[in-house]
Design a protein around this ligand. Structure first.
Ligand code: F0G
Length: 364
């Protein structure tokens, strides 16, 4: 039997076979696609009733914890598709611009496929866990003096000039792979939720979710959710209605001023009967703490969707009575450990005596 690269025998003793194997028939990928998988997807949908209560109660709330993908973010769903297609057509190298997670994911899947990866990141603005990932997986990492948007323009230009495959979400196969998250949510709940809230950066993910929910609804009558897309207030071009030249936010993953799929995101929100709003950095960090209080540590950007929802509920602009809500938490907290240290300060230091310890901890 001819051995295929990337799709080893790892699937033999596991129930999760990866996105392409599980949902391949529903993903529009060319015949030359040669599967490269790290068994991504199949992430948990975690009920968080206490958090729902804290937000006002009377509805069901679930977190789709995408930080549990192989490289710690949802990007792996689209990357398995994009890299598999690129490998199948004989690409030797891939390139992307990234605020960090796409870079780590592209680097890992390229390594798995035996391809070179080049990743461009905005200088000094990428969280430590993401940069370390890209380096560990062996990508060539280039910092650009500028924003993510500048880096994206560069990789588009170079991939038009040289045979290096672009794996940003401008690549349609990324969107195909990312649709799988919508399918999974419907499969777990038995139907689509009433509301889906999620962070919006370059706007590929919200676009894919909408494609996925619509496709499943056509096939299975699973229903369609309303969308609540949330940008960071300092990087909210889709809320403001114009590009943001110097986007700034603590949620560096979504520090994007000119989203490549902006038009489609606005259309998805509108068609779904939902909207795109902004949340402040304080609201985002506060929601990051609340999620951690449920045992779910996410990176700041991943808390944006729920931060936006909390904001609307506080203002009485969202009635969820009896509804089912899914919040997509896109990346793991370990991606950005520094933010916690900055917020909380360093832990206290004690002499190694029981008296000192008794003096500072509460004993039951
Ligand atoms: N959440 C996280 C953790 C992300 O890394 C991103 C995007 C998003 C949300 C937004 O998703 O761009 O599809 O709207 N990160 C990209 C990157 C830009 O380069 O890793 P989107």
């Amino acid at each position: 039997m001819k051995e295929k690269r990337g799709d080893g025998c790892l699937t033999m003793n596991t129930t999760n076979t990866g996105v392409l194997s599980h949902y391949g028939g529903l993903l529009d990928l060319p015949n030359h696609t040669q599967p490269v998988t790290l068994l991504e997807g199949d992430t948990p949908l975690i009920p968080v009733p206490r958090l729902a209560e804290a937000l006002g109660g009377g509805f069901e709330l679930y977190v789709k914890y995408e930080g549990l993908n192989p490289t710690g973010s949802f990007k792996d769903r689209g990357m398995t598709a994009a890299i598999s297609e690129a490998l199948g057509r004989g690409a030797k190298a891939v390139i992307c611009a990234s605020t960090g997670n796409t870079a780590a994911s592209a680097a890992a899947y390229a390594a798995r496929a035996g391809m070179r990866a080049v990743v461009l990141i905005p200088e000094g603005k990428v969280a430590a866990g993401k940069l370390a990932g890209a380096v560990a997986y062996g990508a060539q990492v280039v910092q650009v003096k500028g924003s993510f948007d500048d880096a994206l323009s560069l990789v588009v230009a170079i991939s038009e000039k040289h045979p290096i495959a672009l794996v940003n979400s401008l690549n349609p196969y990324r969107l195909e792979g990312q649709k799988s998250a919508a399918f999974e949510i419907c499969d777990t709940l038995g139907r689509a939720p009433d509301l889906l809230c999620l962070p919006v950066g370059n706007a590929g993910n919200i676009t894919s979710y909408w494609m996925g929910f619509k496709q499943y609804h056509r096939l299975k009558g699973s229903g369609l959710p309303r969308f609540l897309g949330v940008q960071a207030a300092g990087a909210a071009p889709l809320v403001l209605g114009h590009p943001v030249e110097k986007p700034e936010t603590v949620a560096t993953a979504i520090r994007i001023g000119r989203p490549a799929r902006g038009e489609q995101a606005l259309q998805a929100a509108e068609e779904s009967g939902g909207r795109i709003i902004a949340a402040s950095d304080d609201e985002i960090l506060s929601m990051q703490r609340k999620l951690a209080g449920e045992g779910i540590w996410v990176e700041p950007a991943s808390a944006a969707g729920l931060a936006g929802l909390a904001n609307l509920m506080r203002r009485g602009e969202m009635d969820l009575a009896g509804q089912r809500v899914v919040a997509v938490c896109t990346g793991h907290g370990l991606k950005d450990p520094d933010i916690i240290a900055q917020q909380m300060g360093a832990p206290m230091i004690l002499p190694p005596t029981i008296e000192a310890l008794e003096a500072v901890i509460q004993t039951p």
